[in-house]
Design a protein around this ligand. Structure first.
Ligand SMILES: N[C@@H]1O[C@H](COP(=O)(O)O)[C@@H](O)[C@H]1O
Length: 187
């Protein structure tokens, strides 16, 4: 089974997923694709010897180059792990039900354009929410609106800050995301 990962930032989920499948000869990470030339995920891929590719907005939106790369790789699953750009319709149509995303909140709340990373956790604090969590969902044409595959929750205490919530949410991601990917790959 082949996985392709997309990431725009630090890539801690990419590294966590790579280490989960490291000793599994049946699952390989064919490539990590990023839209940020200086993304920390590239350093991780270098260290982990994972094939990584950078593409810019023109290549992503005005050419088929990313689609062609994916057509060549023929991934069984495309995993968005902290990827911030909207996926073009051509990719969604060509890889329907094979693209999943992780969102650091309990969708449908705190989702949508511009709702990512610390902004989500700051909103959770602002609204005095008592719980938050993660959502793993299929990707469709609308940000964070694809069918939900899995959710996990964590309690938010009055003493929690956006930073402490981010740590709790990352812990949920590292615990559950690889297992959900594994179950999707193996039906
Ligand atoms: N979509 C969100 O972006 C963050 C990426 O973190 P990292 O994997 O780059 O460390 C994660 O919290 C994920 O839920």
């Amino acid at each position: 089974k082949r996985i392709v990962l997309f990431a725009s930032g630090s890539g801690s989920n990419v590294e966590n997923i790579a280490s989960y499948f490291k000793n599994n000869p049946k699952v390989s990470i064919s490539a990590v694709l990023t839209n940020k030339r200086d993304a920390k995920v590239l350093e991780r891929c270098d260290r982990l010897k994972i094939n990584a590719l950078y593409f810019n907005r023109t290549a992503f939106l005005e050419s088929d180059c990313v689609l062609d790369i994916l057509k060549t790789i023929k991934p069984d699953l495309i995993v968005l792990a902290g990827f911030l750009w909207k996926i073009p319709d051509a990719l969604i149509f060509h890889f329907s039900d094979k693209i999943i995303n992780i969102h650091p909140a309990l969708l449908p709340k705190y989702g949508g354009k511009g709702m990512y990373g610390m902004k989500v956790h700051e909103a959770i604090v602002q609204n005095k929410e008592t719980e938050t969590g993660i959502t793993i969902h299929f990707v469709n044409q609308n940000y964070d609106e694809g069918a939900i595959i899995y959710q996990a929750k964590t309690t938010v205490l009055p003493s929690d800050t956006a930073k402490s919530i981010a740590q709790k949410v990352h812990a949920l991601e590292y615990e559950h995301f690889p297992k959900i990917i594994d179950s999707l790959l193996h039906g």
